[in-house]
Design a protein around this ligand. Structure first.
Ligand SMILES: NC(=O)c1ccc[n+]([C@@H]2O[C@H](COP(=O)([O-])OP(=O)(O)OC[C@H]3O[C@@H](n4cnc5c(N)ncnc54)[C@H](O)[C@@H]3O)[C@@H](O)[C@H]2O)c1
Ligand SMILES: O=c1ccn([C@@H]2O[C@H](COP(=O)(O)OP(=O)(O)O[C@H]3O[C@H](CO)[C@H](O)[C@H](O)[C@H]3O)[C@@H](O)[C@H]2O)c(=O)[nH]1
Length: 325
């Protein structure tokens, strides 16, 4: 079985991707510092505890496991936190990635799948957003991802180091069998917070901004099932191993959901009402982010299979049954 290094594989999207990689015959080697990940999520291959900024540890792990390619999820991920402490975001997401890339090149690896984000588009001038849309992030988190995208483009151009840059929209949902799910500490994402409120673990859900120019005043997001994201990563790895060329691809469904509509869906699936408060806009939030996913379909044959109902019901299942949170 071919080894694939999964940096950040103990985290939410990484763990679901490890499950899919394993199912498709790869061995995921998880490399994670467990800053926001969980050893319990590493079930489909070995766990190497280490930081992507630790070149010596990376060299050891690459020498030991000889992966054919890397899937790179490891990053600091909160938009709000990135505004408060930008330096830590550049240190982890940019310096860490450069260290990982240098270690990969020294080990003779020249293929990577990179977790980027729709946050690199900033405030879009047209919807849905395709990959040719200008990238102008409005927070340090998004800028840290865009810097890495630019580094990867140079490595491809000048050295033939190939990458699939995957710009996820809003990852959500969980493994339908409930083995893994979304588990961030602290949790800042809308869907898990809404579910925790419905479960009585939080007193209320605060809608962060009700005066956006959208159909109901709350932000619009494109929620994409984590299983669909995992599938895209396996396709991306197969594309690179089959000598496919580098691309940046949007991963979203093409359907926008407002925060208020998301809350309605959660209440419907939970069969419980959620106490709602109305708060100010969160700094760094874009009013509307919806993907044009045609290029992902054309390049790696990807299209999302799961709708919002499936996203919310698998997330509900995970949060209701997971006693560790
Ligand atoms: N969740 C989303 O909606 C979303 C959307 C777009 C992009 N992304 C990107 O996808 C990736 C995965 O996101 P997630 O939601 O699974 O986050 P996550 O926090 O659950 O996973 C990230 C993992 O990386 C690890 N990590 C962080 N810094 C590290 C370091 N320096 N060295 C080693 N490991 C480190 C963490 O411990 C964690 O296990 C991130 O790069 C994120 O920016 C996420
Ligand atoms: O308690 C909350 C939490 C969120 N929201 C709103 O819900 C929407 C979605 O917010 P999330 O925090 O769930 O996700 P983001 O849209 O902020 O996602 C951002 O952070 C992710 C990383 O975790 C990805 O990188 C993504 O691309 C990037 O835009 C936003 O309008 C936000 O203001 C609320 O109203 N109340």
């Amino acid at each position: 079985m071919a080894n694939i290094l999964v940096a950040g594989g103990a985290g939410y999207i990484g763990a679901h991707t490890c499950l899919d990689l394993f199912t498709k015959g790869f061995t995921p080697i998880v490399y994670d510092n467990l800053s926001n990940g969980h050893a319990e999520f590493v079930k489909w291959g070995p766990l190497e505890i280490g930081d992507i900024r630790d070149r010596g540890k990376l060299d050891d792990v690459l020498r030991k496991h000889k992966p054919l390619a890397i899937v790179h999820f490891a990053a600091a991920i909160e938009v709000g936190q990135s505004v408060l402490d930008p330096g830590s975001y550049y240190e982890n997401n940019v310096v860490g990635t450069i260290t990982l890339l240098r270690a990969a090149q020294a080990a003779g690896i020249d293929k990577i799948v990179f977790s980027s984000t729709c946050a690199t588009y900033g405030i879009p001038s047209s919807i849905p957003i395709n990959e040719a849309h200008p990238q102008a992030p409005i927070n340090p988190y998004g800028r840290s991802k865009l810097i890495v995208e630019q580094i990867l483009k140079d490595l491809d151009l000048y050295q033939g180091f190939r990458s699939l840059i995957l710009r996820y929209f809003n990852a959500a949902g969980a493994d339908p069998e409930g083995r893994i799910g979304e588990w961030h500490s602290p949790e800042t994402h809308a869907l898990p917070i809404a579910i925790e409120t419905a479960l009585g673990r939080r007193p209320h859900f605060e809608i962060l901004g009700t005066d956006y120019e959208t159909r109901d005043g709350s932000c619009v997001r494109d929620f994409v099932h984590v299983l669909d994201l995992a599938d895209a990563h396996v396709r991306a790895i197969e594309h690179l191993l089959n000598n496919g060329t580098s691309h940046a691809l949007n991963l979203g469904t093409g359907h926008g959901t407002t925060v208020k509509e998301l809350l309605e869906t959660v209440q419907h699936i939970a069969g419980k009402s959620i106490s709602v408060k109305y708060g100010p806009r969160r700094e760094g939030d874009s009013p509307i982010l919806v993907a044009d996913n045609a290029l992902a379909k054309q390049t790696i044959g990807w299209s999302p299979r799961h709708d919002l109902r499936s996203i919310v019901s698998t997330a509900w299942n995970w949060h209701s049954n997971c006693l560790t949170i």
